[in-house]
Design a binder for this molecule. Structure first.
Ligand code: NAD
Length: 250
């Protein structure tokens, strides 16, 4: 895969899956822009990638910030909507409206705003491009107490398909990756706080291990690359077998 001459924007690019993905694109020749709530870390990490790369502070739910940041970056070839938050495993009956709105806002509204702005440029330039959204196994199956997170990610899957259907003629491909449990700070934090049980996850996962962030990055890079030139509107599970496992016990 060669991304020479391509500009890639990765939201939530300063950490976890976003950062691993940024490394893969940069090594393969792309100019990468890391957009993150944590602007200092994004800037530091862009510096680690090299002089061509950018790290910028932006909250993807802030329409004005999204528009002005994308103006600063210029034409975008590939967008990765990755910024996200873990759900805190609160029983549904105890969840606040603010909590539910925040999860919907970051994963769904933020991805809409970024996609709308980037697609305007892709359509105006006539060059098209590729968008990859970070869904989750929570979009595809029921996980207790993850109602808001799952709804946001399922909404993102629906949005992926709608945008793919609408923008195909303009040469814009839109796909999603649905990770299982990936060893990032998001998941490590939930395990440390007792909100996820690592031993149960490993027992329930056919490959018997957590996923490395770079394994999600490889799937994202594939979907964004010319190797996937006829693929649009799909959801690729990268879940170490989680969705295939249907046994009550083994
Ligand atoms: P992470 O917490 O390691 O990194 C997320 C990054 O997003 C952070 O740098 C954070 O500052 C940034 N961010 C959060 N809110 C933002 C906002 N409003 N605007 C801009 N940046 C923001 O998370 P991760 O595990 O790498 O997850 C990345 C994506 O993958 C998320 O969308 C998550 O839902 C999804 N996902 C993760 C897993 C997993 O197991 N880790 C599984 C399925 C899906």
């Amino acid at each position: 895969m060669n991304f020479k001459g391509k500009t890639v924007v990765i939201t939530g690019g300063a950490a976890g899956i976003g950062w691993a993905t940024a490394n893969l694109f940069a090594v393969r020749g792309a100019r990468v822009a890391l957009l993150d709530l944590n602007g200092d870390l994004a800037q530091h990490r862009a510096g680690e990638l090299g002089a061509d790369h950018l790290g910028l502070a932006v909250d993807v739910t802030d329409e004005r910030a999204v528009i002005s940041t994308l103006n600063e970056i210029g034409p975008v070839d590939i967008l990765v909507n990755n910024a996200g938050l873990g759900d805190v495993n609160t029983p549904t009956v105890d969840q606040t409206l603010a909590h539910v709105r925040r999860l919907l806002d970051i994963h769904l509204v933020g991805s809409f705003l970024m996609s709308r702005e980037v697609a305007r440029g892709m359509i105006d330039s006539g060059h098209g491009g590729a968008i990859v959204n970070l869904a989750s196994i929570a979009a595809l199956t029921g996980l207790p107490r993850r109602n808001a997170y799952g709804a946001a990610k399922a909404g993102l899957v629906a949005m992926t398909k709608s945008m793919a259907a609408e923008w195909g003629r303009q040469g814009i491909r839109v796909n999603a990756v649905a990770p299982g449990y990936v060893a990032t700070d998001l998941v490590r934090g939930l395990i440390r706080d007792g909100l996820l049980a690592k031993d149960k996850i490993l027992r329930r996962t056919p490959l018997g291990r957590m996923i490395d962030p770079s394994e999600i990055g490889e799937a994202i890079a594939f979907l964004a690359s010319d190797a996937a030139s006829a693929i649009t509107g799909t959801v690729l599970s990268v879940d170490a077998g989680w969705m295939a496992y249907g046994a009550a016990e083994d």
